[in-house]
Design a protein around this ligand. Structure first.
Ligand code: S3P
Length: 437
């Protein structure tokens, strides 16, 4: 054990079979809480992610005077207080591990009449916030940080004005922070992205009745309207399904069905990457649910080969690289990843975390500033560190399935931030995964 955390051991196992219901989408759950809170009336959220990240956002909104009901697990009724109904809270607002929570709330709080302080855990306290504080300052906000890092003190009572902002890096969090501040701004707020990112904020604002114009890579709205409560059905999180997509692809004899997975095109880059590597993934029952495309994924084992990952796919699979690294490590030949420097500022430096872990399992991997070159081959047994990063932990749980012996993964507590119940679901379809305190 290391760092007082919870270690996991993943043993060689399989084949994987059955149907897996992965939990609700994290991005959609965060936004549903925030827009529900600012709306007039009560919004019923179904498929809500009961993760630590999204619960932290709910707790922050409750501190600001929003009332929630939990009629059942995975459901919330949000009693909206209207655009100007939040109340000051003298205590720090704890976003936990959630970059999405902190960055979106920074935009939302910039428009309030009162001051607030946003804090986070050790990992979040190291993540760059200038990407939101700088453009928000251009809108008239005043946000104090510790040299660009949390805590953030958001000063209230500032008159915001809309800006036209070209994002230097593709980031749905930054875009969303500006649009949230834009709700409170005089004039129009316009955001232009270098590559289109997930558009849940835009879609949800429209669903809550706010006039907004958007297209891939572009969004524009004006201030001074109202949000009307609406019911939200959250799709299953594509990012959580990624671990099972890779697992079923690499374990011989496997076939898994992943039900009702969100297939927003800004999220499905991994599916395309795996298909380029030779994966056998079929989409069935494609349909719309709550304004989002969803479908069932049927994944069968296939022999994967290395690829040069098209850079254009990077923003559409930004959270799926840890899982892709594992697929690449067992594929035939080399996989080359470029244009993914953003991975270095996620819950951990995901290029460094994956490179260190794969090397510990005997994989030849070369780190580059914005990616990696991974030579596929066999995975040995050994011990790896998650660096407190949920997606690194789950990716090495997948690696253990096809390793030559047990893979022990250090400090897996944070899996609960995005994927409560991962061990049970994984073991239910054929993993041999155990936790030890
Ligand atoms: C998210 C956007 C992405 C993603 C994160 C969720 C969102 O972050 O990595 O897990 O919900 O807007 P960036 O905007 O930093 O790329």
């Amino acid at each position: 054990m290391s760092g007082g955390g919870l270690d996991w051991t993943s043993r060689p196992a399989g084949p994987l079979h059955g149907s897996v219901d992965v939990p609700g989408d994290k991005s959609v759950s965060h936004r549903a809480l925030m827009f529900g809170a600012l709306a007039e009336g009560s919004s019923h959220i179904k498929g809500f992610l009961e993760g630590e990240d999204t619960r932290a956002t709910a707790a922050v909104l409750a501190q600001l005077g929003v009332r929630f009901e939990t009629p059942a697990e995975g459901e919330r009724v949000v009693h909206g207080v209207g655009l100007h109904g939040l109340r000051a809270c003298a205590q720090p607002l704890d976003c936990g591990n959630a970059g999405t929570g902190m960055r979106l709330l920074a935009g939302l709080l910039a428009g309030q009449a009162f001051d607030s302080t946003l804090v986070g855990d050790e990992s979040l306290s190291k993540r760059p916030m200038r990407r939101v504080t700088e453009p928000l300052a251009r809108m008239g906000a005043q946000i104090d940080s510790h040299d660009g890092l949390p805590p953030l003190t958001v000063r209230g009572g500032r008159a915001l004005h809309g800006i036209r902002y070209e994002l230097p890096v593709a980031s749905a969090q930054v875009k969303s922070a500006l649009l949230l501040a834009g709700l409170y701004a005089e004039g129009e707020t316009e955001v232009i992205e270098p590559h289109p990112t997930r558009d849940y904020t835009e879609r949800m604002l429209a669903a809550f009745g706010w006039p907004i114009t958007f297209a891939p890579g572009h969004a524009r709205l004006g201030g001074n309207h109202r949000l009307r409560a609406t019911d939200i059905t959250v799709p299953a999180d594509f990012s959580s399904s990624a671990f099972f997509q890779v697992a079923a692809s690499i374990v011989p004899g496997s076939q898994l069905r992943l039900a009702a997975v969100g297939l927003n095109p800004r999220r499905t880059g991994l599916l395309q990457a795996l298909r380029l590597m030779g994966a056998d993934i079929v989409i069935e029952n494609e349909r719309e649910s709550g304004g989002e495309p969803v479908g069932d994924l049927v994944i069968s084992h296939a022999r994967l080969h290395g690829i040069e990952l098209p850079e254009a796919l990077v923003p559409d699979m930004i959270d799926e690289f840890p899982a892709l690294f594992v697929a690449a490590a067992v594929a035939e030949g080399a996989t080359v990843i470029r244009g993914a420097a953003e991975l270095r500022v996620k819950e951990s430096d995901r290029i460094a975390s994956m490179a260190a872990g794969l090397r510990a399992l005997g994989v030849a991997i070369e780190e580059t500033p914005d990616g990696a070159i991974i030579q596929g081959g066999r995975l040995g047994a050994g011990r790896v560190e998650s660096h407190g990063d949920h997606r690194i932990a789950m990716s090495f749980a997948v690696a253990g399935l096809v390793a030559e012996g047990p893979v022990t993964i250090g400090d897996c507590r944070n899996v609960a931030t995005s994927f409560p119940g991962f061990i049970e679901l994984a073991n239910g379809c054929g993993f041999a995964l155990a936790a030890a305190e």
